[in-house]
Design a protein around this ligand. Structure first.
Ligand code: SAH
Length: 285
């Protein structure tokens, strides 16, 4: 080998290992290795996640980008789980917080029905993330109602929301999270005072008649078929987004026209936990 080339190669090796590397900070190195922004704060990590969803074409509008930037996903993912990756994460009781791309997809599908002052229902509210997004979009004059059949999840979702940008809406009463189908008096833990049960102890499949009709209904668990009470609680002109099926599931978009007729189309194939009974869920379905 030509002596000059050898010297040049040695110089490159020397510079790389003895000069360039020591000048990187630990944070820089982690960034370079993982491609993520480990040293940034949670708001920045959340913004990076939202930017990625914009690049992938999941988030299409400023409105959805803004609400997903404002409601920090990290506050809704239990400690010890990766919060800002595009994947569902366990939240306990055989439930998951949906993947960010599913949250983005559902918000895009529902955004016209989440205008200020409108009413929204989130069945199977789990971590409370989407209910909080709905509440931000419909604002103080609107109503965002979450219904969930695991009381412990309702309790933790209320704590999550309290730490988030939607906390004032919870206090103001335009955001509420409820336990479905259970008598709260028989619990072996104390639910927070904001945890209310429906008078008739309705299951999530039966919706939440108190604040009906709804401009937007989201169902966060897969139904064998679209529950009739949810169709009944949809306002004419309103839209429901619901995963339907068992092993093979479709995300269905259900529009109720102004004359009350219903049109249904499939948006995409999905994989959600089932809309089921509490007992079946706690036994692992
Ligand atoms: N959108 C939520 C999804 C949670 S997973 C999130 O991203 O956090 C689906 C949730 O539906 C689970 O929390 C589960 O407990 C709840 N669920 C299942 N069947 C239900 C029913 N019949 N009534 C109410 N909630 C139900």
């Amino acid at each position: 080998m030509d002596a000059k080339i050898l010297v040049a190669l040695l110089a490159i090796v020397f510079l790389k290992f003895f000069w360039v590397v020591p000048m990187w900070t630990e944070g820089d190195l982690k960034n370079k290795i993982s491609g993520h922004f480990w040293t940034r704060g949670s708001a920045d990590k959340n913004r990076v996640l939202v930017d990625q969803l914009k690049q992938y074409g999941v988030i299409k509008t400023k409105k959805v980008a803004e609400v997903m930037e404002t409601i920090d996903r990290g506050l809704f993912v239990p400690d010890g789980n990766s919060d800002y990756i595009d994947s569902p994460m366990p939240i306990g009781y055989n439930a998951t917080i949906s993947a960010p791309h599913m949250h983005g997809t559902c918000l895009e599908l529902l955004k016209e029905h989440l205008q200020p002052g409108m009413h929204a229902l989130d069945v199977g509210s789990g971590s409370g993330y989407l209910t909080a997004c709905f509440a931000m979009m419909v604002g103080l004059q609107g109503r965002a109602v979450g219904v969930e059949h695991i009381p412990e999840l309702v309790a933790s979702s209320i704590e999550n929301v309290k730490r988030s940008a939607a906390s004032s809406l919870l206090n103001g009463g335009s955001l509420s999270l409820h336990v479905a189908g259970l008598n709260l008096n028989g619990l072996d833990f104390s639910p927070p005072s904001t945890c209310r049960q429906e008078k008739k102890m309705l299951n999530g499949r039966q919706g939440w008649p108190e604040q009906a009709p709804y401009d937007a209904i989201h169902v966060g668990a897969a139904a064998a078929k679209i529950p009739q009470p949810l169709l009944d609680q949809l306002k004419p002109g309103g839209r429901m987004v619901i995963p339907v099926g068992s092993f093979f599931q479709d995300l269905q978009v259900v529009d109720k026209k102004l004359d009350g007729s219903i049109s249904i189309r499939s948006e995409t194939s999905v994989r959600y936990v089932p809309l089921t009974s509490r007992a079946a869920q706690l036994q692992g379905f």
